[in-house]
Design a protein. Structure first.
Length: 461
């Protein structure tokens, strides 16, 4: 009986030892699994990561489920735990936080506590500015600025505003195109007017290539100005030739009148001799009085012809002077008209030095709102990352590959870079024109031409 009782006691002891070993093995497996899970959850920070506000911390006190949980670090940097209250956690590593919590629990709450801490969820990042869906997003290992912008939908505006922004962008693009075409047309017109002013045989067009206007349109503008140049030159030449063709006829008429006047002068000299002979005969009574009267009448007729010829010659010379004045006035009027158009063209080009860059800036602003890049936007948007460091915030000028940390605030700025002022010579506007001083004046040259015309009408000797 005693032996049987001993065998039972030995069997119970064996089972107790096995049960104790099983409990130990289970505890080992649980702790090992917890360690693996902790290592996975704590990536990428591990034991070097320092806790930040907004992090959700998984706290496990072994054997005390009421003291375990997943509290979040508040903005003051505290972690609120059951019984012990607030524990300051910001800027601590996980190991330091474990020791801090264990030390607080030892103060009359738990004897020899075993505390494990892991990052249950990192604090979110905030993406603001020119992104399609600004807001807060969860942090993941290795997240960069580019990834944050991608999570926020990319650069641009929200879909609810895209319709209006697209309409504004199309209007801005249309205005830039219209202004660029106007600029090309004004440059071509200015080249034509300068060629007309200088009397050139051809137009020296400047370089009018641009990113907006297609080459076919530029060729069309040049062809139009070339045709206008040829037509204006031919019209001016035809009018001038029409006036100059009258000069040989008037000069021939003057020469004919001069020859007739010379013949009349010879007739007058012969008639004077005849009159002298008749006067001698009248004194001796050998000539009749009626014949003498006829000779004197012939003398008066010759004198009248000479006077009429001188008058006609003077009128012809005055006509030549008038024609020369008209030719000069035609040339001066032609130059004045060209100069007036040239001044208006340069004034319009000068206005484009203000309106075109403003239109390009407007188009760039509309494009960056819609998430597009234009030719003026040769740089990436300005990106600022604000990061908490202790009780202060530090701003970093970040590139798209800038690595982020939990709690970072990503501010995507404007895509709108400063557009430099376009130089004057790009618009073809000269700083100071001297053509006005070189052109003949309206009054002085007209008076000089009229004086020359009158001076050329000299009386016959």
């Amino acid at each position: 009986m005693i032996s049987i009782f001993g065998k039972q006691r030995r069997r119970q002891a064996r089972w107790c030892s096995l049960a104790a070993g099983g409990r130990a093995l289970a505890i080992f497996v649980i702790l090992h699994a917890w360690t693996i899970d902790l290592a996975t959850a704590q990536s990428p920070a591990g034991q070097t990561y320092r806790i930040m506000a907004g992090d959700k911390i998984g706290v496990t006190v072994f054997g005390q489920p009421d003291l375990s949980g997943e509290p979040t670090v508040d903005q003051s940097g505290n972690l609120r735990l059951p019984i012990i209250g607030d524990i300051y956690a910001v800027n601590l590593t996980l190991s330091e936080l474990e020791r801090s919590i264990a030390h607080s629990l030892e103060q009359g709450y738990v004897r020899n506590p075993t505390v494990s801490v892991k990052i249950a969820e990192f604090g979110p990042i905030y993406v603001l500015g020119m992104v399609r869906t600004p807001g807060l997003y969860p942090y993941r290992e290795g997240l960069s600025v580019l990834g944050a912008i991608a999570r926020a939908g990319g650069i641009g505006v929200s879909e609810s505003r895209q319709g209006g922004v697209l309409g504004d962008l199309l209007q801005a693009e249309e205005r830039v195109r219209v202004l660029e075409i106007s600029r090309m047309a004004l440059l071509a017109k200015r080249s034509r007017l300068i060629a007309l002013q200088n009397g050139d045989d051809r137009i020296d067009f400047p370089d009018m290539s641009g990113p907006v206007v297609d080459p076919a349109r530029i060729a069309q503008i040049r062809d139009g100005e070339q045709r206008a140049f040829i037509a204006e030159r031919e019209a001016a030449q035809q009018e001038t030739e029409a006036l100059r063709k009258q000069l040989p006829r008037l000069e021939a008429e003057i020469a004919s009148l001069n020859r007739q006047a010379e013949l009349e002068l010879q007739q007058r000299n012969l008639n004077h001799e005849l009159v002298a002979d008749y006067e001698q005969l009248m004194k001796t009574g050998l000539a009749r009085k009626s014949t003498y009267i006829e000779v004197k009448r012939e003398e008066a007729r010759i004198e009248g012809n000479i006077g009429r010829l001188k008058t006609d010659s003077l009128k012809a010379e005055l006509s030549i002077g008038e024609l020369q004045f008209k030719i000069t006035e035609l040339h001066n009027g032609y130059q004045r008209r060209v100069m007036t158009e040239l001044r208006e063209t340069e004034r319009s080009l000068l206005e484009l030095t203000v309106t075109l860059p403003a239109a390009q800036r407007t188009r760039a602003a509309r494009a960056q709102q819609f998430g597009l890049l234009t030719a003026e936007q040769v740089q990436q948007p300005a990106i600022t990352v604000t990061r908490a460091k202790g009780t202060t915030n530090v701003k970093h000028d970040a590139a798209i590959d800038f690595p982020l940390q939990p709690g970072d605030v990503v501010q995507v700025g404007s895509l709108f870079p400063p557009v430099p002022e376009l130089p004057l010579d790009q618009f073809g506007v000269s700083r100071e024109k001297t053509a006005q001083s070189e052109a003949p004046s309206r009054t002085g040259d007209a008076m000089a031409a009229r004086a020359a015309a009158v001076g050329s009408a000299r009386p016959l000797d």
